[in-house]
Design a protein around this ligand. Structure first.
Ligand code: NAP
Length: 287
């Protein structure tokens, strides 16, 4: 498969389309703001006048757009990509969208006779520009094999995670961990900087980031095996979270992420888990 269409030349899409060009694919691009296509056109990409024109002339259409609403407009609209595609054209939407959107896209593409994969990515601007993304793929494994070479131009790892929509679940689940960790880190940094600590911001961050980064990998084996043999009791972590709130109160520092996390620990204590290892806090599913 050599003729690739790429729609959505934002921070991520520009790097990804650039990688496809570097690796010898014939790339046709489209973006709402046409000026962003300039550097790619200089590297050999063709600029399509519309999504429909692009879809009609390539073997696989990749999209990297902002959100559900944009994906709906550009892929599902009457003048959109799917309506204009020939049956047999592969679609790979790499935007971060909801699982429901991914399933809706898959159904629309398949109704047109077009295989569809949802394939959001892990990694940011640097990884996109260097072909180092991790690509999570939902859909038929055989469809992934058909486009694997194209995805390999952009991704260092390609993981088939399940049927259409499941990659979105994993991608969103992954992002929320990163988002909540950073929000919690910000609260702790504010607490330290409001106190009379004399360390530099960088030195405080070294300690906080070291812990934030280590705790999940340290506790991962216990969580995977549901082994709650106590190394640090949940009860004691609850005590520390409560004490942190007291310190925050003294220093007049708002810590809403901490406050809600403490309630999660309170719930676990209420459910009789106080003497278990605190990693048991990560055991919420029924599975
Ligand atoms: P971005 O730079 O804001 O690019 C968004 C893209 O969507 C642009 O091509 C933009 O076109 C297009 N778009 C927005 N509104 C549109 C509309 N109404 N009609 C047509 N096109 C429209 O975002 P990004 O960082 O590249 O992210 C793209 C996707 O990847 C998002 O779903 C994001 O969550 C996900 N993601 C981002 C990162 C990251 O680190 N940045 C990492 C992993 C995943 P214009 O250029 O015309 O505005």
């Amino acid at each position: 498969m050599k003729k690739v269409g790429f729609v959505g030349l934002g921070i991520m899409g520009t790097g990804m389309a650039g990688q496809l060009l570097q690796k010898g694919f014939e790339v046709t691009v489209w973006n709402r703001d046409k000026t962003k296509a300039g550097p790619l056109v200089e590297q050999g990409a063709r600029l399509a006048a519309s999504p429909a024109e692009l879809a009609a002339e390539v073997e696989v259409v990749l999209s990297m757009l902002r959100d559900d609403a944009v994906v709906r407009e550009v892929l599902l609209g009457a003048e959109g990509l799917i309506a204009a595609a020939r049956p047999g054209t592969y679609f790979v939407d790499m935007s971060t969208v909801t699982p429901a959107m991914a399933r809706e896209l898959a159904a629309a593409a398949k109704a047109k006779g077009c295989p569809f994969l949802d394939a959001p990515v892990l990694g940011s601007k640097g990884a996109a520009a260097s072909g180092g993304l991790s690509i999570l793929v939902g859909g038929e494994a055989t469809d992934l094999e058909a486009v694997r070479e194209v995805l390999a131009a952009m991704g260092q790892t390609i993981t088939h995670v399940g049927p259409n929509g499941t990659s979105a679940v994993l991608k969103l689940a992954n992002n929320q961990v990163g988002a909540v960790v950073l929000a919690a880190l910000g609260e702790s940094l504010a607490l330290c900087e409001t106190s009379e600590l004399t360390m530099s911001r960088e030195a405080v961050l070294d300690i906080l980031v070291g812990t934030a980064g280590r705790v999940s990998s340290m506790k991962k084996p216990k969580i995977a095996e549901r082994n709650w043999e106590t190394e640090f009791a949940l009860e004691l972590m609850h005590k520390d979270l409560t004490q942190t709130l007291q310190a925050a109160n003294e220093l007049n520092v708002p810590m809403p992420v901490l406050a809600s996390a403490r309630e999660v620990f309170q719930r676990a204590r209420h459910d009789g888990k106080g003497q278990l290892d605190f990693s048991a806090i990560a055991d919420l599913s029924e599975a």
